[in-house]
Design a protein around this ligand. Structure first.
Ligand code: PMP
Ligand code: G9A
Length: 406
């Protein structure tokens, strides 16, 4: 037998399982109603339209679409995304500022790889996206958390945190935020805070990582300007993905960054996977060229808005008094905090017995907080199953509360 422990790097030893990825197995049990994974609804996939596009790509671009591509990605797709970024308010963006990534997850890993030495510190939100936390931790970094409220990261606390770190002789490398329809908390960072965040980053000479998979999934409010649109100094790395607006199976995402940062990330990606899936890049590009993407996003919003509403109504109907949940104005998640005495990680076992799943709050906190909270995804389940799942969950919470207060 090989003694692998002796051979593994320190890095490998520190890698942790992703609760979300583990829970995907649970979601595969058809009896369990899953509010756990951040999965798009499979009925939203434009399967028929994509069949035609795939045929078109094969006919017109087959020889290139099945070949290796450049590491930075298909030029036509980068041009299209640069144009969309410009429309979203990002200045001076051309295809040279864009990299097509194999999912935003790869972009997060790349950020970790280019900025974090073992022992370095990065700042994340409390709560924060688990995949980001895991990617940064795999580079043996320390993560410092700054709490959110209903307007996103509390930037005054951010500044105090940075000052305290500097006092302790620690220079944080970057600030990672999911500012729009946050995963997991569902909140939107206000425009004032977005501007203040860029000012703080400038004052302390830090990078901001703006992770924006959900910005286009907006149900009651207009689009919010990305943080990157307030960046005049090339210190914001913006990333978004086709996972939530087309299909996560494509594994397609993109970054918008200064040319210098783009060159460094491309270098990093050369070692990661040579290039992103060329075939799906052609499909996505053709989907955009034929004018389908924005219409498709509208359809997704029309599908998810009522799901959000059904979940919120069912919460009022079935959950015992004392919980807190702000109605999310977009995205895919509701964040619920339950009364004192409940630990959602412990309660999860009861939930599974009752055939309903969620992600417990602690998974998203780098400081051990979140024990009373849970994240509920409303995009994946059918409308009927959302209602039924919330009923089951309400019963689980009620029984737990009764046991706690007994
Ligand atoms: N960032 C956030 C905030 C996410 O929610 C997700 C997916 N749930 C990702 C990154 C990863 O997305 P992708 O499929 O593009 O790798
Ligand atoms: O399946 C994944 O890992 C992507 C979803 C992320 C999430 O649930 O936050």
């Amino acid at each position: 037998m090989v003694n692998l422990e002796r051979l593994y790097s320190d890095r490998a030893g520190k890698m942790r399982k992703s609760v979300i990825r583990e829970l995907l197995k649970v979601a595969q049990d058809p009896e369990i109603i899953s509010f756990a994974g951040g999965l798009p609804n499979p009925r939203s996939f434009p399967i028929e339209g994509l069949k035609d596009i795939i045929n078109y790509v094969m006919k017109h671009h087959g020889k290139v679409a099945l070949q290796y591509g450049t590491t930075q990605g298909l030029k036509e797709l980068r041009e299209q995304l640069a144009e969309r970024a410009y429309k979203d308010g990002m200045k001076d963006v051309t295809e040279d500022n864009i990299i097509i990534m194999s999912g935003s997850q790869q972009a997060l890993d790349t950020v970790g790889k280019i900025f974090l030495n073992p022992g370095d510190t990065a700042i994340v939100e409390l709560p924060s996206y688990l995949g980001g936390i895991n990617a940064f931790r795999s580079y043996e970094s320390n993560l410092e958390g700054v709490p959110l409220d209903k307007d996103g990261m509390q930037v005054d606390i951010l500044e105090d945190t940075i000052k305290q770190l500097l006092k302790d002789d620690i220079t944080p490398k970057f600030i990672y935020v999911v500012p729009t329809f946050q995963n997991p908390a569902g909140v939107v960072m206000s425009e004032n805070r977005r501007k203040k965040l860029v000012d703080i980053a400038s004052e302390y000479d830090l990078i901001v990582i703006e992770d924006d998979p959900y910005g286009k999934l907006t149900y009651d409010i207009d689009h919010v300007k990305p943080i990157k649109s307030f960046d005049d100094e090339g210190r914001v790395i913006y990333m978004s993905t086709f996972s939530k607006i087309l299909a996560p199976g494509f594994r397609l995402a993109w970054t918008v960054a200064s040319e210098e940062l783009t060159r460094k990330m491309v270098l990093c990606k050369q070692a990661l996977d040579l290039c992103t899936n060329t075939f799906t890049q052609f499909i996505a590009s053709e989907f955009i060229r034929q004018g389908n993407l924005d219409l498709h996003i509208l359809k997704i919003c029309d599908m998810y808005r009522p799901k959000r509403d059904i979940m919120m109504k069912a919460m009022e109907k079935y959950f015992p008094d004392g919980y807190e949940c702000n109605k999310p104005k977009g995205g895919m998640f509701a964040w619920v905090t339950l009364p004192e005495g409940i630990d959602t990680e412990v309660m999860f076992l009861d939930a599974i017995k009752n055939k309903v799943a969620y992600v417990h709050g602690k998974a998203f906190y780098v400081n051990g907080g979140g024990a009373r909270s849970m994240r509920l995804n409303f995009s994946y389940a059918s409308n009927d199953r959302i209602e039924e799942g919330m009923k089951r969950l309400g019963k689980v919470i009620e029984e737990k509360l009764a046991a706690v207060t007994a």
